[in-house]
Design a protein. Structure first.
Length: 350
């Protein structure tokens, strides 16, 4: 179990509560973390990025993202596993930061069927470790990544943060719901300001290669058929990375108040939960049409049954974050998909 040391408490007490220090950003070599780090650095902020550079997908892509960040003023990178408490606490001990954006996690619905312990280590123990870091430092704000997967078997569309989310269809989804519950506990016990963000089907430049849009593009450019699950009868709230980053930054700039009033998601602690999506559910087949047009060639489609742990529809109600923080997604797939393909061609020199 993670233990808070007296030294941690002393360092927290010594940190000034006026001007912001730095942001600790986990998963900085990942898709969303990389883009959030870029935006913070553009604003002149200091970012301490950590990532364990695991091999869930090719490490070369993660290192290529890091290459875009290394050398920028205000950026520091630590290669470490936040699921390992002793390493995490000792490496962070000399560093000053007062905000946390916790985006690192073991991703992937299907992989959770193959390697469930990876999710317990990163998503459960790792999340607890970051909560303990935040508690010791008395951080101004802790933002963490949840997922639209928590809605599981929910049949009511669009998904609202007020909906029940107690029917997860994968261990990945269960781990993200567990994170939300742990955060609620820490907000209640220690009044730690926290914001959980349920991301909906993120895509764009520097995306993850295990996501459908990358897999489809790679297959199309290499003259391989694409696998279309549930015979194409699926809908997703495809959200372009720039819109995701806008939501993360808005939450980063506006931590919840400890005022006893109900927050998005129902808590009266300084803990709120938001959906971040495009507020528009698109047919999977429509996305493939747009992708084919951007690639300039047709795909051979192999229609397959639904995969275990997957859901047929996602659709984000973003009214809570829109009302509270002015969030307004601006990128439809007709704009975002060609931008992804432009990057994909350039990255692979196609």
């Amino acid at each position: 179990m993670p233990q808070t040391t007296g030294g941690d408490k002393q360092r927290a007490a010594q940190q000034p509560r006026g001007k912001a220090l730095a942001t600790l950003l986990t998963g900085v070599a990942g898709f969303i973390g990389f883009h959030v780090a870029q935006q913070l650095l553009r604003r002149g902020e200091t970012v301490i990025g950590i990532d364990n550079l695991n091999s869930y997908y090719p490490v070369a892509l993660k290192r290529d993202r890091l290459a875009q960040l290394n050398g920028q003023a205000g950026f520091q990178f630590l290669e470490l596993d936040f699921g390992e408490w002793e390493s995490l606490s000792s490496r962070l001990a000399p560093l000053a930061f007062d905000r946390i954006i916790h985006l690192g996690a073991q991703a992937g619905v299907r992989y959770s069927l193959e390697n469930p312990r990876a999710y317990a280590h990163s998503n459960l123990v790792g999340h607890l470790n970051l909560l303990e870091v935040g508690r010791a430092r008395e951080v101004r704000s802790l933002i963490y990544a949840s997922s639209s997967s928590v809605y599981g078997g929910n049949m009511s569309l669009p998904f609202r943060v007020e909906d029940r989310v107690d029917k997860p269809l994968s261990l990945y989804a269960a781990s993200k719901k567990a994170d939300e519950l742990m955060s609620e506990t820490y907000a209640h016990l220690y009044r730690m300001p926290q914001t959980g963000l349920r991301f909906f089907t993120v895509y764009g430049p520097w995306a993850r290669p295990d996501m459908a849009m990358w897999l489809f593009a790679d297959a199309i450019f290499n003259n391989r058929p694409i696998k279309v699950f549930n015979h194409g009868d699926m809908r997703r709230d495809f959200t372009f990375i720039d819109d995701i980053v806008a939501g993360v930054i808005a939450a980063h700039d506006n931590p919840p108040a400890d005022d006893g009033l109900p927050k998005a998601g129902g808590s009266t602690t300084p803990h709120r939960i938001y959906n971040i999506g495009n507020n528009r559910s698109e047919s999977l087949l429509r996305m493939i049409d747009v992708l084919e047009e951007a690639c300039g060639r047709k795909a051979e489609r192999i229609l397959l049954p639904m995969q275990a742990g997957d859901v047929s529809d996602t659709f984000a109600d973003v009214s809570a974050i829109a009302d509270d923080l002015g969030y307004a997604p601006t990128t439809p797939i007709e704009v975002g998909v060609p931008r992804f393909i432009d990057w994909f061609r350039d990255y692979h020199r196609l």
